[in-house]
Ligand binder design. Structure first.
Ligand SMILES: [Ca+2]
Ligand SMILES: [Ca+2]
Length: 185
């Protein structure tokens, strides 16, 4: 089931830099020397056979676009490549039944291992918003986005929650500021 949740163009172990260069060339379809989120999107497929969602691709491009051109050059790409591979490894580790998706029990365990203590209700909520139809699973791209967003919101929350009480009081505009900042891709 995993064949789909991989780089479409990678044929061998992805650690050698010549292979990274090869993948860069395959992904850079218009030969601009830069990878756009659209090009990244068309190169990444989840277990459903669907291309990664737009938010996931924009988020990942944004993270490694050091010179802020909106695209990834060959130098920036190595890091992006490693980052995506780390996510693939993480995802595989949590996808215990190797279904290619993260089901609710797997998600619960994943967040526990990441150090979060969430209620079962919150886990159900996360699964439901990922799988609008069957309420059963989360794909790899949804998992990446969910983890990144929860991580960002957690960091923002912690800067306010200095006593580690798990509760904060926040003004309306400050709340909006955090929400808008954390959702920016
Ligand atoms: Ca390009
Ligand atoms: Ca699974």
């Amino acid at each position: 089931m995993y064949e789909n949740a991989q780089f479409k163009y990678a044929t061998e172990a992805p650690t050698v830099s010549s292979q990274v260069a090869q993948w860069f060339q395959s992904v850079d379809r218009d030969r601009s020397g830069e990878i756009s989120w659209q090009e990244l999107q068309s190169a990444l497929v989840n277990a459903e056979g669907r291309n990664f969602n737009e938010v996931a691709c924009r988020l990942m491009i944004g993270m490694f676009d050091k010179d802020k051109t909106g695209t990834i050059n060959a130098n920036e790409f190595q890091q992006l490549y490693n980052y995506i591979n780390e996510w693939l490894t993480t995802f595989r580790m949590y996808d215990k039944d190797q279904s290619g998706n993260i089901e609710e029990a797997e998600l619960t365990q994943a967040f526990q291992q990441m150090g979060y203590r969430f209620t079962p209700e919150f886990m159900t909520f996360l699964i439901q918003r990922s799988d609008l139809k069957d309420h059963k699973k989360m794909s790899i791209d949804q998992f990446i986005v969910t983890c990144i967003q929860i991580q960002r919101f957690t960091e923002a929350f912690r800067t306010k929650d200095t006593e580690r009480a798990g509760v904060i009081t926040i003004g309306f505009e400050e709340y909006l500021g955090i929400a808008l900042n954390c959702s920016t891709v």
